[in-house]
Design a protein around this ligand. Sequence first.
Ligand code: NAD
Ligand code: ZN
Length: 255
Amino acid sequence: MSETRNPLDLAVERAKIARRVAVITGAGISHESGIPTFRGPDGLWKNFRPEELASPEAFRRDPGLVWEWYDWRRGICAKAEPNPAHGVVAEMERTYPEFLLITQNVDGLHARAGNRKMVEIHGNIWQARCTVCGHRFENHQVPLETIPLHCEKCDGLARPHIVWFGESYDEEQLSRALTFLESVDLVFTIGTSGMVSMPVFLAERAREEGAFLVDVNPSSSSLSSLAHLFLQGKAGEELPRFWQRTREPNGRKQD
Ligand code: NAD
Ligand code: ZN
């Protein structure tokens, strides 16, 4: 395969013949569904920056305030619908024999779009965890009836089942992602800034293992520099356009 070909043609060709594909998504993929990113202009709530609320210290200081913020965010997520970019990621799962979605998003939109082979490395906004007995449970009330939320088993104080700033990742989930990336053909990073170090680490690992990387984002970052192809633009526009091209027959065999 000639490396002098343009990166877009090369990526389309790779996407046509790939068998094992990973997609890594960040807050940007849900932006066109109306969910603010943290660092974007609409990321503030009552003048608090997310970093002031999404931490164990903030929760210790004022669990009610942190739950109020989550209650507001859950309201936004409940109203949001998956957008065309979520649709393409779900179609990728149906297309490739081996597939894994590694998402930092907590909004549940990928599952609603149809993805099942997925690790939610930052948790899920519809799940809570008891700070006393550790019990994990689903809660879909919008708005919440009582704030802060309490455990359905022991009535202890519950917290959102989210990996906050300064907290560690779930080992099992992370190792599932890393193992999958060991021999992957193609990796998409979509709507993540490179300010969170995990997607950069994962993409670097995949690249070292020989994967072809495609980054989709309106803004450039360390991830776009790392990628073989940078699709600069909104995920809901760039990804369906790219996917359409990979679906076009061009006489090449799928094998
Ligand atoms: P981030 O670092 O992943 O940044 C968001 C990225 O999205 C930016 O690079 C931005 O340029 C890009 N972007 C904006 N609009 C886009 C579009 N239309 N298409 C493609 N990309 C677009 O994430 P963050 O906002 O700094 O949040 C940090 C963490 O907080 C996330 O990793 C996530 O765990 C959590 N978070 C989740 C959600 C969600 O679940 N929807 C929303 C906000 C934050
Ligand atoms: Zn409990």
